[in-house]
Design a binder for this molecule. Structure first.
Ligand code: FES
Length: 103
């Protein structure tokens, strides 16, 4: 059964900023895209165990800080090697001034 968790307030993340969210055994990143929407994916890179909250957001991509592989965080799809396995994505909802992720 999915659980909806509040991750931040709308104003907490500027566009193209990324935030780490830990909830139980799950570690996510939440990104405020340049389209004004919020996105959430698994926090750890699928290449090695590097957290993407230290990565660089460029448009709709996030670049892993360890080997510079990149993902499209809207779909989770890998776009730049060495990453070749997609990140899991999570539904995000904005309600009032708060951002929620369904995990
Ligand atoms: S750990 Fe992310 S690209 Fe290698």
């Amino acid at each position: 059964m999915p659980e909806k968790i509040r991750v931040c307030a709308l104003d907490d993340l500027e566009e193209e900023d990324v935030m780490r969210v830990d909830h139980g055994d799950i570690s996510l990143i939440v990104i405020h895209g340049p389209d004004g929407r919020f996105y959430a994916t698994d926090g750890y890179c699928t290449h090695e165990r590097q957290h993407l909250s230290d990565g660089i957001v460029d448009g709709f991509e996030i670049e892993c800080p360890l080997h510079f592989g990149a993902f499209d965080y809207r779909s989770g799809d890998p776009v730049t090697p060495p990453v070749c396995v997609a990140l899991r994505t999570y539904p995000v909802a904005v309600e009032g001034d708060d951002v929620f992720v369904e995990v």
